[in-house]
Ligand binder design. Structure first.
Ligand SMILES: *Cc1c(COP(=O)(O)O)cnc(C)c1O
Length: 425
């Protein structure tokens, strides 16, 4: 955390920030020193400390020192990593990191993809590839348009992807915790020929629930459907041997995303997008034009696998961190977060003023504070944010406003969180 940055501050009004910042875009320039001073004093202090161990709202971030420092090196090296011709070395190193993830998923050596900006672009890119594969196999666009099968608890970016592709979400009913099951998927897609892809979530953002991937994979195999695993938040737990069984069936999926900027200790912005058979994605995304004709397409072009051409090698801070600390350290760090989450859930379960909704599957904890109105809940959350005690933001779960904590930081201490929750008494 940078000195002076309010650890859990809420956003200040623009007028206040601009008054502090003063005019910076001027005919003669204000000089590097002065611009840097304003960046340090005003800009950074007016942002949320994403890596603070008591920032437990939305999905925070916990980049390693090695990854943060190396991000500077990546920027300074000014590498165009869209094509092998320009970025070969950087792409080779990024691909080692992608190969580690693909291997954890049990995918063959031919698997691959690219690092993209975030899970939103990753999901859109993968689903576009799925739709292209469906259109290639089945011919013309169905009269009612393409459908993407997903539950209501799939991430909001899946609905945006569908809209962007002029497709519609085909809702799959979830079980009592919102989980997608093979039976519900079968009942939803049976007899249809307009399903372009199925999205399963490997760790819902709201509750950390992992869909039945194996069940979904069996249905997709039966009907020839593209299976995409959205693990932007939760697939990081593939690194933890204890959690790996949750993701059984992923070895049969066609694509997955996981955001190293969420729970794999890399800085923004970094999403790993991987395909089991990358050639199927290249058929969708590879760009061809007169001005690209002379490019030596070489070994591997990240621009072939997502909606991007020019790109920085944004996977390199993640690669450098993995290379520096080793994969065993990653396994231990993710296991630690899972253990802290269990400890926290047990503490909430034992507290007589709180009520745990259900034991956490990954690192999201949902709980109630019986007796409080929604306004009282929001007021407590805001008070804690302003005073910098903890960032704990309520969420809506099956219609009810409940408290939610999301852990990704191995430095988060369960006792410190429980102490902060004592103020709910
Ligand atoms: C965060 C998240 C996304 C979106 O990822 P961004 O990196 O924010 O674009 C997609 N799916 C899930 C499950 C997520 O948690």
């Amino acid at each position: 955390m940078l000195e002076g940055q309010d650890p859990r501050a809420t956003a200040r009004p623009a007028a206040e920030i601009l008054a502090d910042l003063g005019p910076t875009i001027t005919a003669d320039g204000i000089g590097g020193h002065e611009a840097l001073r304003r960046f340090v004093d005003v800009v950074v202090t007016s942002t949320r400390a994403q890596g603070d161990p008591l920032n437990l709202a939305y999905v925070p971030s916990a980049p390693t020192p090695a990854s943060l420092v190396f991000d500077l090196a990546v920027s300074a090296a000014e590498i165009f990593a869209g094509t092998w011709e320009a970025g070969a070395g950087a792409i080779a190193a990024e691909n080692q990191a992608l190969a580690w993830l693909a291997d954890l998923a049990g995918w063959p050596a031919g698997a691959g993809g690219a690092f993209v900006q975030g899970g939103t672009i990753g999901n859109l890119s993968a689903l576009a590839a799925g739709r292209h594969a469906a259109a290639t196999a089945r011919g013309a666009r169905p009269p009612g348009g393409w459908k993407i099968a997903a539950t209501a608890d799939a991430h909001s970016s899946v609905a945006v992807a569908a809209r962007t592709m002029d497709a519609e979400i085909l809702p799959v009913p979830g079980d009592e915790r919102g989980r997608l099951t093979g039976d519900a998927l079968e009942a939803t897609v049976a007899g249809r020929d307009d399903v372009a892809a199925v999205v399963v979530t490997a760790g819902t953002t709201n509750a950390g629930i992992v869909d039945d991937i194996a069940g979904a994979a069996a249905v997709c195999a039966r009907h020839g459907l593209w299976l995409h695993v959205d693990g932007a938040y939760g697939l990081a737990a593939l690194a933890a041997p204890g959690a790996r069984p949750l993701f059984a069936g992923i070895e049969q999926a066609d694509s997955f995303v996981v955001d190293p900027h969420k729970w794999l200790f890399a800085p923004y912005d970094c999403c790993a997008l991987v395909y089991r058979e990358p050639a199927r994605a290249a058929a969708t995304h590879a760009q061809f034009a007169g001005y690209l004709e002379q490019i030596d397409r070489g070994e591997w072009n990240p621009s072939d696998y997502a909606i991007q051409l020019t790109r920085r090698p944004r996977g390199l801070p993640f690669w450098f961190s993995l290379a520096t600390y080793g994969t065993a350290a990653y396994a231990a760090a993710v296991e630690k977060v899972l253990a802290t989450t269990r400890e926290l859930a047990a503490g909430i379960d034992a507290a007589d003023h709180l009520e745990l909704l259900f034991p956490p599957e990954l690192s999201v904890v949902l709980f109630r504070r019986p007796g409080w109105s929604e306004d009282e809940m929001r007021a407590w959350s805001r008070r804690c944010a302003r005073s910098g005690v903890i960032l704990c933001v309520p969420t809506r779960w099956q219609g009810e406003l409940v408290f939610r904590l999301c852990l990704v930081n191995p430095d988060t201490d369960a006792a410190a969180v429980l102490e902060a929750l004592e103020t709910m008494r």
